[in-house]
Ligand binder design. Structure first.
Ligand code: GLY
Ligand code: MN
Ligand code: MN
Length: 452
């Protein structure tokens, strides 16, 4: 068994397209923590049950800095005597047929499939690559100040036991989140791919719900998932396939109901690309292809709020501005409809009374994570200023719970959200998910076109 196998080593591989971008991101990290040893794990597979794992998805921090997707791996930035760092990827090497590793159920390539060799990964990633099995001993012996991204690799943390400091490690986590606030060209191209594939997934769902009979929310979930697997790695988050009353539940991911003609279907779903960038798009669709009068009334209000929100996205604007613009538009409609008595818009807005039905924030940063950069410092994100290259969602909604006695019956059980992925450009913004229609008329025409 040990003999008679061909040499399959690839010796002249070009670096990946992402490699130079990752090198620039690592340079920023290196400059932030001179002289310190930095450890960013990819994470370990997680057990689903017994000996079955969930499908593995590396940490966004590791992906951002390496472009790699291996499990149990880690990026280590070793401080160099002359300044700067040496970047090393600790990876599982190929398994050996001579010593029997190849045939073993635990990481043997007979079971898992061929891996890149360390030398191949060095060419592809542009990083020094070492055997990850040597990492614990390396960390135990490394001198000087260390920071580790915690919570993803217990083995790495055990090897550093007593040498790290929770507050210092938290600073690293926050910095890595902040580092992703402005996307580079590679990332923007990936998000465009994610949005385009997501649009095709929504088209698939419109076709799958064309029948006069009910369509199970799980069929909708499965339809979108198939597109995500065909064109990307996965869905970037669990798809919200919320028909009828379920649309009033912000994160309805149980998907146990049915979409019937006459219902609205709130579909919030995003394809994650093969490099792990995700779209985050919502459309609220009349299952029959035509909005009823009350559905259209609520839809138009949310659309107006989204228009106001998107118009407020530009470089130099505060991150909070689009939220304020959209929420104010929603408050105006709610007052206009008489749902808040005789109160003025100003009073409603100041007291936050509209929030009974607007419920959530109006958007968030988007990228490798659906709620990207969530740990970035408040002054750089929530209270920060928009810059070209930032990508965020604008997703106002109105949600009238089915048991809300403060609104007329006709509103109850109606939920509408419209969500798009907006790139801040040098002079304004670009809607990256504009491949899907937004206004009520456009949505109806688009559905009719797809269903013939
Ligand atoms: N899909 C989750 C969100 O819109 O934030
Ligand atoms: Mn979102
Ligand atoms: Mn969403």
């Amino acid at each position: 068994m040990a003999q008679g196998w061909a040499d399959t080593e690839a010796r002249d591989l070009a670096p990946t397209e992402q490699a130079p971008y990752c090198a620039r991101r690592r340079a920023a990290l290196s400059a932030r923590y001179p002289g310190e040893l930095l450890v960013v794990p990819a994470g370990n597979p997680k057990v689903r049950s017994n000996d079955s794992d969930y499908s593995f998805r590396p940490t966004s921090e590791y992906v951002h800095l390496t472009g790699d997707r291996c499990e149990d791996a880690a990026l280590v930035l070793e401080p160099r005597a002359g300044g700067g760092h040496l970047a090393v990827a600790y990876l599982r090497p190929r398994s050996d047929r001579r010593n029997g590793e190849f045939w073993l159920d635990l990481h043997g390539e007979l079971w898992d499939g061929r891996r890149n060799s360390l030398a191949e990964n060095r060419q592809l990633l542009g990083l020094v690559c070492r055997d990850v099995r040597t990492l614990p001993a390396y960390l135990e012996e490394a001198a000087g100040r260390v920071r580790v991204l915690r919570g993803h690799d217990a083995g790495v943390e055990a090897a550093l036991h007593g040498r790290t400091d929770p507050a210092r490690d938290e600073e690293l986590r926050v910095f890595l989140s902040e580092l992703r606030l402005v996307k580079d060209e590679f990332e923007i191209a990936e998000l465009r791919l994610a949005c385009a594939a997501t649009a095709r997934g929504f088209e698939d769902v419109v076709r799958a719900t064309a029948s006069d009979a009910a369509t199970a929310e799980r069929v909708i979930e499965g339809t979108f998932f198939m597109r995500a697997r065909i064109e990307g790695n996965d869905v970037g988050y669990r798809s919200i396939c919320a028909a009828g009353d379920h649309a009033t539940t912000l994160h309805w991911v149980r998907n146990t109901g049915c979409a019937e003609p006459g219902d609205l279907l709130l579909l919030d779903a995003g394809v994650e690309t093969n490099h792990f960038y995700t779209a985050d798009v919502t459309r609220t669709l009349p299952v029959s292809g035509r909005f009823t009068a009350i559905q259209r009334k609520v839809y138009d209000a949310v659309f107006a709020a989204q228009e106001a929100g998107i118009a407020a996205v530009r470089p130099g604007a505060k991150f909070a501005d689009f939220h304020t613009a959209a929420q104010r538009t929603l408050a105006e409609h709610l007052v206009d409809w008489g749902l808040l008595g005789n109160r003025s818009v100003e009073e409603v807005f100041t007291l936050g009374l509209h929030r009974r039905w607007t419920l959530a924030g109006t958007g968030h940063m988007l990228g490798l994570d659906v709620h990207d950069c969530a740990l970035a410092p408040t002054d750089a994100y929530v209270d920060g200023t928009l810059e070209p290259g930032m990508v965020l969602t604008v997703e106002p909604g109105l949600y009238f719970q089915p048991d809300d006695l403060t609104v007329p019956q006709e509103y109850r059980g109606t939920g509408v959200r419209i969500e798009d992925d907006i790139l801040v450009t040098a002079d304004g913004n670009e809607n990256m998910s504009a491949g899907l229609p937004r206004s009520a008329d456009e949505v109806e025409a688009w559905m009719a076109g797809l269903r013939g």
